[in-house]
Write a protein of this length. Structure first.
Length: 224
């Protein structure tokens, strides 16, 4: 799960990033509304945390433009102001939830869980299954029958995406964006390297599931 934090208070932004990463999310930060909007529009995020008072573009404008562009990523607005009019404006713009600063970490995490549960493709179950494979989200464990092994963070993210998409082809570009993020220098061959790690692990587990390469497009799972 990848979260975008759009927050100009640098210390708060990095506290939020630490909190989310400690809780198993991948989190990116934008410090102004303009870059926040650009990043949010990439469509690679599962949730956006959006401050209201921001340089360049305020949070309401960011949200309005995001929705106008047809992007439906759940947005949690964060604001220091608690006036009712702000809440109403945020909800009118298409915010999914509103949290007033200061808030409790527990409250924030509960909101994020609630927002991501609403996306059917990201059902918040602890175990994903496909064919003879089970992927445990809490322990990053991939297992097949009696065999199991632990995946690295990136291997886990990649396996999770493949298992959520099942036999649907996921493009290399999409894998790259979802796993390495919008502003990363990672290249196509990072994807290839991790796919080859995962293939070795599937072999090691004696799984009947294979990662199929669709030439010039991407990858999907298949049961052999
Ligand atoms: Ca602010």
């Amino acid at each position: 799960m990848r979260v975008l934090i759009v927050e100009d208070e640098v210390r708060l932004a990095s506290t939020l990033q630490d909190l989310l990463e400690l809780n198993g999310y991948t989190a990116d930060v934008s410090h102004d509304g303009e870059s926040g909007l650009d990043n949010a529009l990439s469509g690679i995020y599962d949730v956006v945390l959006l401050d209201v008072m921001l340089p360049k573009l305020d949070g309401f404008t960011v949200l309005r433009r995001l929705r106008a562009a047809g992007n439906a990523t759940p947005v949690l607005m964060l604001t220091a102001r608690s006036e009712v009019s702000d809440r109403v404006e945020g909800l009118d713009c298409g915010a999914d939830y509103y949290l007033t600063k200061p808030f409790e970490p527990k409250e924030l995490l509960a909101c994020i869980r609630a927002l991501t549960r609403r996306q059917p493709e990201l059902r918040n179950t602890d175990t994903l299954e496909y064919g003879d494979l089970k992927l445990e989200k809490n322990s990053f464990t991939l297992s097949c029958g009696d065999h199991s092994l632990r995946l690295s963070r990136k291997e886990f993210d990649m396996m999770e995406l493949l298992m959520l998409n099942r036999e649907l082809v996921i493009t290399k570009e999409n894998l790259l964006l979802k796993i390495w993020g919008y502003e990363s220098d990672a290249e196509d061959n990072n994807v290839e390297v991790y796919i080859s790690f995962l293939r070795k692990k599937l072999e090691h587990l004696h799984s009947a599931v294979k990662i199929k390469t669709i030439r010039m497009v991407g990858y999907c799972l298949e049961q052999t």
